[in-house]
Design a protein around this ligand. Structure first.
Ligand code: DON
Length: 317
């Protein structure tokens, strides 16, 4: 019948609705049982394992969300692309990537990897590269962190964004691997400053935001660094290509290759349970659910993204 023909039309992502997101959320929320809330940063273990959210900023910059979209969580590794953006704005891509690689990885996010053999971090998405990236942002003391926070406040148009003192203290207290990487890079002459630069990395990881805020970050990189409301102050296509390419090859760490096959979109995860996704030239997507898989990626989040991508045919490939 005519109705059945109509139903066979591919769904347009422009028409994604709250009801469609709710269906995807309800179908996948049970996967929280397959994951484990991060506890290597003790303060993170207090997160609610059942909270779940999904949000989309469509190509018109309109926000559609379902679930606990107002629940705050720490952005963790999702702060790494912002630090990269600032370091490249200040020094240029060539100078930054003389100190680190464009390599993908088969190693976990906190692996020392070939810091010793190659003398450089693999890429700016793993901890070593991200710690180095943040140390390259100019300014004394907390100034580099303030630049990251202010950029995030701009991108989300949310002046209330801030970091969690308790998560920061917990990261600082237990971040011995990160401290080890910091000093290896200092020894290699890649880092010249004091441990306050490492503290800025811990602070950026502790920035709290909602799934709605996160979707706006996805939109920003999907749209040549133009904000969801059309503000073009930081418009820069080369920057968004660089950031999205790094998200694609290393944003999900050693899972990035399989993720590129199954999802096929530049994405970045954090151990707070968030994942941000950029659909180039279209939309920003964000998901949140705290329990993680063995790679440090949100289990429910991944399944929700997978369903959304299949339903609307969003893969770039
Ligand atoms: O440095 C750490 O280990 C954490 N602050 C961030 C790690 C992270 O988010 C890895 N992502 N999945």
């Amino acid at each position: 019948s005519a109705i059945l023909e109509k139903d066979r039309q591919p769904l347009s992502f422009r028409d994604v609705s709250r009801a469609a997101l709710t269906t995807i959320l309800d179908k996948n929320r049970h996967y929280y049982l397959d994951g484990k809330v991060a506890d290597y940063i003790p303060e993170l273990s207090k997160m609610d394992a059942k909270a779940v959210a999904i949000a989309v900023i469509n190509e018109k910059g309109i926000l559609i969300g379902a679930g606990n979209t107002q629940t705050k969580f720490t952005m963790q590794s999702i702060s790494k692309p912002i630090a990269l953006m600032l370091a490249v704005m200040e020094h240029g891509e060539e100078s930054v990537f003389q100190k680190m690689g464009y390599f993908g990885t088969d190693k976990p996010f906190n692996h020392f990897s070939n810091l010793e053999t190659m003398g450089k971090p693999l890429n700016p998405m793993m901890n070593a590269g991200a710690i180095l990236t943040t140390s390259l942002i100019s300014g004394d003391g907390q100034v580099p962190f303030d630049k990251i926070l202010n950029m995030l406040r701009y991108i989300t148009d949310n002046p209330t964004l801030d970091y969690s003192e308790s998560v920061y203290a917990s990261e600082k207290e237990t971040g011995h691997r990160n401290r080890g990487m910091f000093y290896i890079m200092k020894n290699a002459g890649l880092i010249s400053g004091s441990e306050e630069q490492l503290n800025n990395y811990f602070r950026q990881c502790s920035i709290e935001l909602t799934t709605e805020d996160l979707a706006k970050i996805g939109f920003f990189f999907a749209h040549h660094c133009v904000r969801f409301d059309g503000d073009q102050r930081y418009k820069n296509s080369e920057m968004s290509k660089l950031i999205q390419s790094q998200m694609l090859i290393a944003g999900m760490y050693e899972f990035s290759g399989e993720y590129a096959r199954t999802v096929g979109l530049p994405s970045k995860s954090g151990v707070g349970g968030g994942i941000v996704v950029s659909v180039p030239n279209q939309a920003g997507i964000a998901v949140f659910s705290a329990p993680l898989d063995t790679h440090g990626n949100s289990v429910v989040g991944y399944h929700m993204i997978l369903d959304l991508v299949k339903q609307y045919n969003l893969s770039i490939f």
